[in-house]
Design a binder for this molecule. Structure first.
Ligand code: GLA
Length: 724
């Protein structure tokens, strides 16, 4: 059993793979966080709880004459402001009389074998769930805390559901998904920062007194990823304690680490409370998004494995997650908006028989969209470009054994569109104020059911009327004007969360309703790469930056949390359209083959040599795809700090591995460079095709591979290891 309650000490022990999470009910009924980390025994660990701070701190109401307990010195599972807890708190309510005081105390608990879904929001499946019901001490506001643990992955998930059983409207000024207290104040914080074209760069900084946070205020999970890591100062890639907090959420979020004056570090987060206020009317309920908390005492690698395994097993669409992926030819960088049936057919003709098996027709097939100034929202075919509708090109693909994919941007609208002319108020705006444009487009107010109905109907009609096998769901701008014309004044600050709920409703009604269609997510490159959308999109376009060198950095950072099987990668032409850089064709393919792969170039412009190379590259991708989709990733060289990048990806049973290294610049008379593959079976013998040698795992891992210093920049070195 993974959840255990000790009646005597009133302690909960949540025991997952290689982790324990422990908290107790104290004499007031307050839930005290006691421990999160490597597995420990089911012992009474209250001896180590924080001591009270008699002189300077406020006593918990009711404890003044007794033991003088103070909230400030106690660990918390839910923390609220106003009664002496001076850390950042996870909940702040406001009653009609203006009071913001709240204290949540234990009522009851139950253990659920079936993980309940979170109303209106995606979450992980499976595991064993503990539900703890709390009541606010002085009112009839209830909070249910949910915790789920798993025998086979090193994560704990959490979220909170509030219920207002008072007779008044209670405002949620802050309603985070979780809080917990680490016992020390000397940790590092890890985050994944970035921007368009350079997404998810790892950034590690020491915490110090005060609050550090990552957030988004843009209505999208954004380029700052909804992830926060807490690391021991000496944690490395391979050793030490690493904790991760990743929100299953796609809108404005915050994750905080608050080092107070008590020698502890409180970590918390959820919906961003900046410009947020939710009016919870009498009788209403409110659910927070889920957080996925991972732990490893085997460094960042262990933390990444926890996330990769959990997401592949319990989050991503089980229909597709284990399947071989479409190998696509995408026409975006090949043609941009300038295409017709003949041009697309020409692109396909060149690669017939190469193993590329899916055409993805990108932006520009609908309305009168010949550039990005118009037609978003007009989801009907531009027959000037595509004579005969989509059927001609779809049939052309299907006759050649290829699948057909189509690009949509369901959440957006161009002011120059039939949709906007018919419904100008459907775009997010504040009446009478000129809206901010981004890429000449606006965002639909999908908090409104009639707008969602239009989108669902438009996309589902295209999917029903055409044999579409694959959809690329894009979202190319962030939100401005945090306002909905349909919400009353006092609910305007609910907009960003309502946007997320609207988005999930669209996903349910389009993606779940078309189970045979494979969905890929995208957001102006990798601008919305989060676990909530991975519940719907089997893979996500990692970045618009397809330059092999930049991709080593982007894919390195993304791999901290997200499995390679979720990172869509393409080989494009040179000079690269984002950086102008010229890299060898094989290097581009080798880096693009570290995820579900594809090509994004005008095949007709390829040289004869490149055409031959595509077939060879696709064949070698197919040979190793199962390792990329299901294997364990070991990072070796970090391209942010090194001239090199190196991954070894090892099959779960250690029978095979793909080792890919990359050297950015050739340096004259350079020092010797070795890479040390990781994760192999030390006793097994592996055949290394590229070296024409057989060596034991221990030799390979300890002696390493010497990379030749030939005079080529941006060069890859690939080794496919097979156990003999
Ligand atoms: C975004 C995507 C690209 C492409 C364009 C089309 O930038 O990231 O891959 O689909 O939109 O407009």
């Amino acid at each position: 059993m993974s959840i255990f309650f000790d009646e005597q000490s009133k302690t909960f022990y949540l025991e997952g793979k290689n982790l324990s999470y422990v908290f107790g009910i104290n004499k007031f009924g307050f839930l005290e966080h006691l421990y999160f980390g490597a597995p420990i025994g089911r012992e009474d660990i209250r001896y180590a709880r924080g001591y009270s701070g008699r002189y300077a701190n406020a006593a918990i109401p009711g404890s003044y004459d007794d033991t003088y307990e103070t909230y400030d010195k106690l660990g918390a599972e839910i923390s609220s402001y106003g009664s002496g807890d001076y850390h950042e708190c996870s909940v702040q309510l406001m009653y009609e009389n203006g009071s913001r005081l709240s204290e949540f105390f234990y009522l009851s608990h139950e253990i659920l074998t079936e993980k309940p879904r979170i109303p209106g929001m995606p979450s992980l499946r499976g595991g064993e769930t503990l539900k703890i019901s709390l009541k606010e001490k002085n009112s009839d506001v209830f909070a249910d805390l949910y915790y789920t643990v798993y025998d086979d992955v090193s994560i704990v998930t959490r979220h909170v559901e509030f219920r207002n059983a008072t007779k008044e409207t209670v405002k949620l000024l802050r309603a985070y998904s979780f809080t917990l207290d680490f016992p020390r104040n000397d940790y590092d914080m890890l985050d994944l920062e970035g921007a368009w074209g350079r997404e998810r760069r790892t950034e590690r900084t020491p915490l110090h007194h005060g609050t550090a946070f990552v957030d988004s205020k843009s209505g999208a999970s954004g380029t700052l990823n909804p992830f926060l890591g807490i690391l021991d100062r000496d944690t490395t890639e391979e050793h030490g304690n690493a904790y991760g907090f990743n929100l299953v959420y796609s809108s404005s979020f915050v994750l905080k680490a608050d080092v107070g004056t008590t020698g502890t570090t409180r970590v918390m987060g959820g919906i961003n409370d900046f410009d947020f206020c939710w009016a919870l009317a009498a009788g209403e309920e409110f659910a927070t998004p889920e957080v996925v908390m991972a732990f490893s005492n085997e460094g960042l690698t262990g933390m990444s494995h926890a996330y990769h395994d959990a997401y592949r097993k319990y989050l991503i669409n089980p229909r597709f997650v284990n399947e071989s992926r479409p190998i696509v030819i995408n026409n975006w960088e090949a043609t941009y908006f300038d295409f017709n049936n003949e041009r697309l057919m020409g692109i396909i003709d060149v690669i017939e028989g190469s193993g590329i098996n899916t055409l993805v027709l990108d932006d520009g097939w609908f309305g009168t969209r010949n550039d990005d100034h118009q037609s978003l929202g007009d989801w009907y075919v531009n027959t000037n470009k595509l004579e005969g509708g989509l059927k001609t090109i779809i049939d052309y693909c299907h006759e050649r054994g290829m699948k057909f994919g189509l690009w949509f941007e369901p959440e957006c609208i161009s002011p120059n569109s039939d949709l906007y002319r018919a419904h100008p108020d459907w775009a997010i705006h504040v009446p009478g104020i000129e809206p901010a444009m981004s890429r000449y487009q606006m965002v639909l107010d999908i908090t409104r059911p009639e707008v969602r109905d239009y989108v669902v109907n438009a996309v589902n009609t295209m999917l029903k009327e055409n044999e579409i096998d694959y959809v690329k769901w894009d979202f190319n701008r962030l939100l401005t004007e945090n306002y909905s014309v349909k919400l009353p004044r006092e609910r305007q600050q609910e907009m960003h969360h309502r946007y997320a709920l609207g988005l999930y409703d669209l996903c349910e009604r389009i993606i779940e309703a078309n189970p045979h269609v494979f969905f890929e997510g995208c957001a102006g490159g990798g601008g919305r790469f989060d676990p909530a959308l991975l519940r719907y999109f089997t893979q996500v376009w990692t970045s618009d930056d397809t330059d092999a060198y930049m991709r080593t950095r982007i894919q390195y950072g993304t791999s901290m949390i997200y499995p390679l099987s979720a990172q869509s990668c393409h080989t494009s032409i040179c000079p690269n359209h984002q950086t102008g850089r010229i890299t060898p064709f094989d290097s581009r393919a080798d880096i693009a083959h570290l995820g579900p792969t594809g090509y994004e170039l005008d095949t007709k412009q390829m040289t004869e040599e490149e055409k031959k190379a595509v077939s060879r590259q696709v064949a070698s991708y197919k040979e190793t795809e199962h390792i990329i989709l299901h294997g364990d990733l070991y990072r070796m060289d970090d391209p942010h700090v090194s001239n090199y990048f190196a991954f070894s990806v090892v099959a779960k049973d250690k029978s095979e591995a793909l080792v890919t290294a990359f050297r950015a610049l050739c340096i004259c008379n350079d020092e010797n460079k070795r890479i040390y593959p990781r994760g192999l079976d030390k006793d097994a013998r592996y055949e290394i095709r590229e070296l024409d040698m057989t060596l034991t795992g221990s030799t390979i891992m300890n002696v390493g591979f010497l990379l030749p210093n030939d005079m080529v920049d941006f060069k890859t070195f690939v080794f496919h290891l097979k156990r003999v």
